[in-house]
Design a protein around this ligand. Structure first.
Ligand SMILES: NC(=O)c1ccc[n+]([C@@H]2O[C@H](COP(=O)([O-])OP(=O)(O)OC[C@H]3O[C@@H](n4cnc5c(N)ncnc54)[C@H](O)[C@@H]3O)[C@@H](O)[C@H]2O)c1
Ligand SMILES: O=P(O)(O)OC[C@H](O)CO
Length: 326
């Protein structure tokens, strides 16, 4: 819808013919955005070749689990020089690859053509043209600026950033903390607990991200603290809502069934735990959520264990010195 507002001819690809028909004939996407009317110029197709014909920009927005499969189908129809942007917030299962890695492998294009778009941007508000800010990151400044030009509108402000790793890692990991924020709300805890999760969550996201090669400052930006705030506080967040349902005692499978939409934080918790182990990074919140999701640990015990951890310094080892600030 943002691209259509910028006068692009937009074709959406979906595997679901009923959804394509609804978009084409009623300009609605009822299951996902029930209250919205789509710009009438948007066309939907189940035919990948038709959808990508002549495209100068392709936006991949599948769940992370489907990215490789969708990119593989798209690859034969993407021409040289096409800008490939993705808005997916997660890692690939098993390989724990970032999404630009998956896209580079499947599309066989120069990584300079790849861009990640991330930040606090619930679709329900973007479609209503509510003021929203996002970041586009690419290894190539020109590609980032092409994406910025394509997406920027008076209600959708786009910043650029060269830190692809940081923007992708921040966007994926914030969903873990949002699940936890929903859990604490469901347990009846208050705003102090939520603020603690956001702050200490940001600390462990930054630790893993910098170990993976990110610029620490990215985590103070839109993809980092910006998306953490919105996902940990918004009624639109599926991760937050799923966390709150888990706290009510529902089994994980039942929660996912009821959500009927992707809850990226569930798989990302496993991915982050594995990445933390391989980069030798401590992620206590992620570890406790993993035990709740995959080890049947009662959420209340997880909170007790987090609160009862050994005493630590707020900053990284060596990042602060008593002598300097007294
Ligand atoms: N919804 C938001 O506000 C929002 C904002 C920014 C980023 N994201 C990210 O975008 C990604 C997608 O989220 P969403 O909200 O659109 O999820 P969703 O669950 O609402 O929709 C996912 C769509 O992908 C389709 N799909 C699933 N598996 C597929 C496959 N194998 N092949 C083809 N299509 C498949 C589903 O049928 C559905 O239409 C996620 O990584 C999410 O974190 C979402
Ligand atoms: O609904 P969620 O929890 O998947 O969050 C959607 C977006 O990532 C918010 O920026």
């Amino acid at each position: 819808a943002v691209l259509a507002d910028n006068d692009y001819h937009v074709t959406m690809w979906t595997r679901n013919p009923v959804q394509a028909k609804e978009i084409n004939e009623e300009h609605r996407n009822g299951k996902f955005l029930p209250d919205a009317v789509l710009p009438p110029g948007i066309v939907a197709s189940t035919n990948m070749e038709q959808a990508l014909f002549g495209a100068e920009l392709v936006l991949f927005a599948s769940p992370s689990t489907a990215m490789r499969e969708v990119a593989r189908q798209a690859a034969p129809f993407i021409k040289e020089g096409t800008l490939c942007v993705h808005a997916t917030k997660g890692f690939e299962s098993v390989s724990f690859n970032r999404m630009t890695t998956v896209l580079a492998e499947e599309l066989q294009i120069d990584p300079k053509q790849l861009v990640v778009l991330s930040g606090p941007s619930h679709a329900e508000e973007v479609i209503g043209k509510q003021p929203t800010t996002v970041v586009v990151a690419s290894a190539c400044q020109e590609s980032a600026e092409r994406a910025q030009d394509a997406f920027i509108t008076p209600y959708f402000r786009v910043y650029t950033n060269p830190d692809v790793v940081g923007v992708e890692v921040a966007g994926a990991l914030k969903n873990i903390i949002a699940l936890c924020a929903g859990l604490t709300e469901g347990l009846g805890f208050g705003d102090n607990a939520k603020a603690a999760l956001i702050t200490r969550g940001l600390a462990e996201i930054s630790r893993l991200g910098t170990a993976m090669g990110a610029n620490p400052l990215t985590f103070a930006g839109l993809a980092g603290i910006g998306d953490l705030i919105v996902t940990c506080t918004s009624r639109h967040s599926r991760n937050y809502r799923a966390g709150s349902m888990l706290a009510s005692g529902l089994a994980l499978d039942d929660v996912l069934q009821r959500m009927g939409m992707v809850v990226e934080g569930v798989r990302t918790t496993n991915a982050a735990r594995e990445l933390a182990a391989s980069f030798d990074v401590v992620m206590p919140i992620t570890e406790q959520l993993y035990q709740v999701l995959y080890g049947n640990k009662p959420p209340r015990s997880a909170v007790e264990d987090l609160m009862g951890r050994g005493r630590t310094h707020e900053m990284e080892e060596g990042a602060a010195s008593w002598g300097l600030h007294q």
